[in-house]
Design a protein around this ligand. Structure first.
Ligand code: HEC
Length: 464
């Protein structure tokens, strides 16, 4: 609801700007949030203003930052509601950017910086933040196009081995959120390792996130049956791919802005006869199309130095009904702490780690549904200080991801892994269906939109 409102306000703002405030006139610079008065009323564009007041200009300083950190989503036809891809657009919207930059909501990067460090960190470095905010404060001057930075090197292209589109185009039938799972056949007839992962959204503005699950050969029929029982391509699913139990494992998650990942040293083994369930979260404004045919691209290897296994970590009792989130409660916390090394071999024999042996965590993610507020995964080292693996301070179901640790963490016997989730089940935090806000009800673990989960997903290997 908030997002809808924000978008509507922005839409109006954009129209207002186009009609009444061509970039660079007085209203343009007032809209650009000039607060110190020194440059108020100055023309904010070109090279005609008092250039000596400009600490930073678009061409010289902020274009590179906006291109790298914002325009990857804020460009025509992509997921963000307005474009920051040109000088005119950057200047026109400069006035609305500061709050989102200041409170850290943009660019979207859920993990808390103080917890740990990850590959492909999308957050805005502090120095770039300062430059942007100062530039906005000065009235977003454009400066001299001759100062434009040289275009950076093209991202290296990856030679993908598999390109797996949805079996057929899918026309989203639910607005604003359509959660749909598609079963993709696994074409390889030898054991392979997935070392690179990418999702190529087709209808970009409506694809909000995607999670790929690996289904072992013995469970493929279960998912084919779910597909067959639901009309149209794929089947409705939410959160997990359905099918019950934990036989499926996460292969990877994607949200707008996610970089393709590739690491030839480490990979997830896939047996012949497996399948992939690709879960799509569509966010269509209406159900008028066009139909989507998103693709999953994978890089494979015959062997790897470090075979990875993806395991779920949660309190099994929660699945049995003990994870109660009472109706009306604004702050409900459940946590679970255990020495995973003492039973990892029994529960997850495929991970190749014996009970009582240390193991390495390479990648971590957390999973809740829509009433989640925050979640964390910490390692309680016996006697030593706790270590934080992942902390999501403002949970947003739409921006889920897996986070590859820059420094993999070794979990030793005696260490206790602690999972904590917090929910808001108050009246104010209930979904709105057909214009009516639902009443709060008691919530438990489950797979539906009205249920909740508290789950960590760990990508692990034996200690090498
Ligand atoms: C990974 C994609 C992505 C990147 C990168 C990104 N944005 Fe956004 N932005 C969005 C989406 C999507 C929305 C619409 C609201 C939503 O879905 O959260 C949005 C909305 C906004 C809004 C509207 C207010 C709000 O908070 O919803 C502002 C302002 C904004 N972005 C500024 C920026 C700036 C400035 C940057 C770069 C520093 C940036 N964004 C980078 C995807 C992105």
């Amino acid at each position: 609801m908030n997002r809808r409102l924000a978008l509507a306000v922005l839409g109006v703002f954009a129209l207002g700007c186009q009609n009444a405030a061509p970039a660079g006139d007085e209203e343009g610079s007032a809209a650009a949030g000039t607060t110190d008065g020194s440059s108020g009323g100055e023309p904010a564009t070109g090279t005609t203003g008092d250039a000596s007041d400009w600490r930073y200009t678009y061409w010289r300083d902020t274009k590179a930052i906006l291109d790298k950190h914002c325009a990857t989503c804020h460009r025509p036809g992509d997921v963000a509601p307005f474009s920051l891809a040109t000088a005119e657009e950057a200047q026109m919207f400069a006035g609305v950017l500061a709050p989102a930059i200041l409170d850290g909501t943009m660019p979207p990067w859920p993990p808390a910086a103080e917890c740990n460090r990850y590959d492909h960190d999308r957050s805005l470095p502090a120095a770039d933040r300062e430059v942007l905010l100062t530039w906005i404060d000065d009235g977003a001057p454009l400066g001299d196009p001759a100062d434009a930075p040289p275009s950076g090197p093209e991202a290296p292209s990856i030679a993908w081995d598999l390109d797996l589109p949805l079996p057929e185009p899918y026309l989203a039938t639910q607005s604003p959120d359509d959660y749909r799972c598609f079963v993709l056949d696994w074409p390889e007839d030898q054991l392979k390792y997935v070392v690179g992962f990418d999702v190529v959204p087709d209808v970009r503005p409506i694809v909000h996130h995607a999670i790929a699950f690996l289904i072992p050969p013995g469970s493929v029929t279960t998912y084919k049956n779910l597909d067959a029982a639901d009309e149209g391509p794929g089947y409705t699913c939410f959160g997990s791919p359905g099918g019950g139990g934990f036989s499926q494992q996460w292969l990877g998650a994607w949200a707008p802005g996610t970089q393709p990942s590739l690491d030839e040293r480490r990979g997830i083994p896939v047996q012949p006869g497996s399948a992939i369930v690709l879960q799509m979260h569509y966010h269509p404004m209406d159900t008028g199309g066009p139909a989507d045919r998103t693709r999953l691209r994978l890089k494979l290897a015959d062997s790897v130095e470090v075979p990875l296994h993806v395991i779920p970590f949660t309190n099994p009792e929660w699945l049995g009904g003990s994870m109660q989130i009472p109706a009306g409660e604004p702050r409900v916390v459940h946590d679970f702490e255990v020495d995973l090394t003492s039973f990892i071999g029994d529960f997850f024999p495929q991970a190749g780690v014996q009970n009582g042996e240390p193991f390495v965590m390479h990648e971590v993610s957390l999973h809740m549904h829509t009433r989640g507020r925050r979640a964390s995964l910490e390692l309680d080292r016996q006697g030593a200080e706790d270590e934080c693996a992942l902390y999501i301070p403002n949970w947003d179901f739409s921006w889920q991801g897996g986070y590859r640790l820059k420094a993999p963490m070794t979990v030793k016997p005696g260490d206790r892994l602690r999972l904590t989730c917090e929910w808001d089940n108050s009246a104010a935090n209930q979904p709105i269906v057909d214009g009516v806000q639902l009443d709060p009800v008691d919530i438990f673990w489950g797979e539906g939109t009205g249920d909740e989960m508290c789950l960590a997903v760990l990508t692990v290997s034996p200690v090498q």
